[in-house]
Design a protein around this ligand. Structure first.
Ligand code: HEC
Ligand code: HEC
Length: 302
């Protein structure tokens, strides 16, 4: 074939598609356990146990993946994401990490047939969001997607980390946090007596779970995940990543008066999707980044 043959430019596309396929199939395998590179699906169980918490802390589990193809060829170059690809992700098992396909549980806007009356099987359904009260959209097309309902469900593990989706959060503890934020998140006696101790107590939010302060004990990472200090009022109000981003830009986890918008409350009640995905699966899976980019590009149905 001549180099200036018009057909040769079309050849670049199969090349890109192959790269993407390699990236996707490579990452759906349980690659997070660095010392187990084989393709075996016998993955460590996602249950809370001291071993893996210690492994995580000791840095034996790495969350990095080989997502160079997606980063370099798609995201950095602002390639428009076609809806076709999003449709494929929604109907493909293991598309964002280990787990069944989204449309198994979210395939109709009828809440009797589909969780939250959420239809992820069509573009209109994805854009419409949940139809069961509280009915709400999952994102604003064209806006940053990471903090929206969908972005959170793709990336945030419910806390305490490792708690299984089938374990109900302890209602009275969650309500204590919600009421405190709702009442203005003050450093008053009721906070000191009834709320702060919850963060320091094992099993306070779910049976068989470690205290929040087991993993969020100072502004220093390691050992404290996301530089979040849950041992004191000041630490909680300062928020996450205050060293990495600077005190002014730290991620606030409490917005006084607005519990539903507060990361602290959201992290106590929202399970990552699909249910049962191991919490160690990459939160920035290449397909998650592509989904969020599609939203930020306007969530076009073409
Ligand atoms: C095995 C069933 C199941 C699968 C598979 C599943 N979900 Fe869910 N999803 C649920 C259930 C149950 C809820 C409601 C309970 C809750 O809020 O966690 C839910 C809630 C949600 C919500 C919250 C909607 C709202 O308004 O609060 C979003 C968003 C969501 N799922 C997205 C997804 C995506 C994206 C996938 C695929 C990656 C997926 N789900 C896979 C069962 C599932
Ligand atoms: C076993 C360790 C562990 C425990 C216990 C734990 N966390 Fe986390 N937490 C993490 C990790 C790791 C992250 C990083 C994000 C993720 O995995 O979703 C995180 C992230 C968070 C964030 C988001 C911070 C940000 O950057 O916005 C909040 C809020 C949070 N945790 C609250 C809690 C609360 C409240 C508890 C107790 C109910 C708790 N955590 C218990 C490990 C833990």
């Amino acid at each position: 074939m001549q180099p200036n043959d018009p057909a040769s430019s079309a050849l670049a596309w199969p090349g890109l598609a192959t790269l993407l396929l390699v990236a996707v199939t490579g990452l759906t395998s349980p690659a997070i356990l660095a010392d187990k590179p084989d393709q075996d699906d016998q993955q460590a169980s996602p249950s809370v146990n001291t071993d893996w918490i210690e492994d995580l802390r000791a840095g034996k589990i790495t969350l990095a993946g080989d997502d160079a193809a997606v980063d370099m060829l798609i995201l950095e170059r602002h390639i428009p994401i076609p809806y076709d690809y999003i449709a494929t992700l929604m109907r493909t098992p293991n598309a964002f990490g280990q787990g069944v396909a989204c449309i198994i549980c979210h395939s109709s806007n009828n809440p009797a047939k589909s969780y939250r009356g959420l239809d992820l099987s069509t573009c209109e359904g994805i854009r419409a969001g949940a139809t069961e009260p509280p009915a709400r959209r999952l994102f604003e097309p064209g806006q940053p997607a990471i903090k929206g309902v969908l972005g959170r469900r793709m990336r945030n593990n419910r806390m305490p980390l490792g708690v299984h989706f089938s374990t109900h959060p302890k209602a009275e503890s969650v309500m204590a946090v919600l009421n405190w934020i709702n009442a203005g998140a003050k450093n008053d006696d009721s906070f000191k007596d009834q709320v702060l101790p919850l963060f320091r107590t094992d099993n306070a939010f779910a049976p068989g779970s470690p205290a929040c302060t087991h993993c969020h004990m100072s502004n220093q990472e390691p050992p404290s995940f996301h530089e979040l200090d849950m041992t004191s009022y000041e630490g909680i109000m300062l928020g996450a990543d205050s060293v990495a981003k600077g005190v002014d830009k730290a991620t606030k986890i409490v917005i006084p008066g607005q519990p539903l918008d507060s990361g602290l409350y959201q992290h106590l009640v929202e399970d990552r999707m699909p249910p049962g995905i191991p919490p160690t699966d990459d939160r920035d899976h290449p397909n998650t980044l592509i989904l969020l980019r599609w939203i930020e590009q306007g969530a076009n149905c073409q």
